[in-house]
Design a protein around this ligand. Structure first.
Ligand code: SAM
Length: 316
């Protein structure tokens, strides 16, 4: 599907749950007050129907997300069915990795090709502070499980937060030397439901380059600007939703766990597909794609996202 501005929409982010086993401060409130009734959630059958509908409209890539997708009891079946959908060439997952040790091999066998893992710090106390619940070691064990499971690509995503982890840029980037992973720094986005972050927390990813003078630029890939440290096995990526948005290259639509299509991450516009048949879902997806705005409003500490949902209710 080509949208009203000529962008080719090929990528569906499918959130399978808004529940999470962590409570990242930039993502969701401490008390997870958001539990939906079972009847409000898409069933597995509806999720897969939506993937089929999307594939018929030209979507070729699906990323499974959440909440924490690995807390979903039927996650393997969802992944397998999404990956086997005719027209879907790539099915990936985004996870905090803490449950990967028991699931990595099965996810690979279910057809997951690439894994993105969220990891903002290598300091156990800071990991506990930012996730409110997490143990750094569980995430590190999950990364090792992912590396051993034979995924085509493992990426580590770190949200860059001024005064919190900007002192760890060299240590996080050095993971690309130790392991065959890409490490991508993402600017903190001012989302509803996140803890209060002051203006000093919102720093541009250009700071990463200041901290890595030895990094050499590589060709751009998707929304990330890429660099490589000397001798590294993987790349360092910079993703800049605030300082240099990439709306003109946006190829995504999002589907939330309660069946709302979101044409844009940062707009309140939502279109429900809960309870619809495949034809009707396709109709709503066409509409969502046509409603994709040219760009979202400017984001800053003073001008937060208009998403009208916490990030765990969207999927990132
Ligand atoms: N639970 C999974 C995880 O931790 O990766 C998947 C869901 S999480 C909502 C998806 C991504 O959104 C994560 O990489 C997370 O860091 C990112 N994210 C959440 N809130 C964010 C914010 N305010 N700014 C930037 N990235 C954010």
């Amino acid at each position: 599907m080509i949208d009203a501005l000529g962008r080719n929409i090929t990528y569906l982010r499918l959130s399978v749950t808004e529940l999470c086993n962590l409570r990242c401060r930039y993502c969701m409130p401490e008390e997870c007050v958001c539990k939906l009734k079972h009847s409000q959630l898409l069933t597995e059958e509806e999720m897969i129907r939506a993937v089929h509908a999307a594939a018929k409209l030209g979507i070729t890539k699906v990323r499974i997300t959440g909440g924490e997708p690995l807390t979903k009891p039927n996650i393997l079946s969802i992944c397998r069915n999404a990956a086997q959908t005719p027209g879907i060439l790539e099915t990936d997952i985004t996870t905090n990795a803490t449950l990967l040790p028991g699931l990595a091999l099965s996810l690979r066998e279910a057809g997951i090709r690439r894994v993105n893992i969220s990891l903002d710090t290598l300091n156990p106390e800071k990991y506990r502070a930012i996730t409110r619940l997490g143990e750094l070691n569980s995430a590190l064990r999950g990364i090792e499980a992912a590396l051993n499971a034979g995924f085509e690509k493992v990426k580590i995503n770190a949200v860059l937060i001024g005064g919190f982890n900007d002192d760890e840029i060299p240590a996080l980037a050095a993971l690309t030397v130790k392991w065959p992973v890409d490490v991508r720094f993402i600017e903190l986005m001012p989302m509803p439901g996140s803890a209060d972050f002051g203006p000093e927390s919102f720093i541009p990813v250009s700071r990463v380059l200041d901290a890595l003078p030895e990094a050499v630029q590589e060709r751009e890939e998707g929304v990330a600007k890429l660099y490589r440290l000397p001798g590294a096995l993987g790349k360092v990526g910079l993703i800049s939703p605030l300082s240099q948005h990439f709306c003109a290259a946006c190829s995504r639509i999002r589907l939330t766990a309660d069946g709302k299509l979101k044409p844009c991450l940062h707009s309140a516009e939502e279109i429900s597909i809960k309870g619809l048949n495949e034809e009707e879902m396709m109709e709503k997806m066409r509409l969502a794609i046509l409603l994709k705005p040219a760009c979202h409003a400017e984001l800053s500490a003073a001008s937060p996202s208009r998403a009208a949902r916490n990030m765990n209710q969207i999927g990132g």
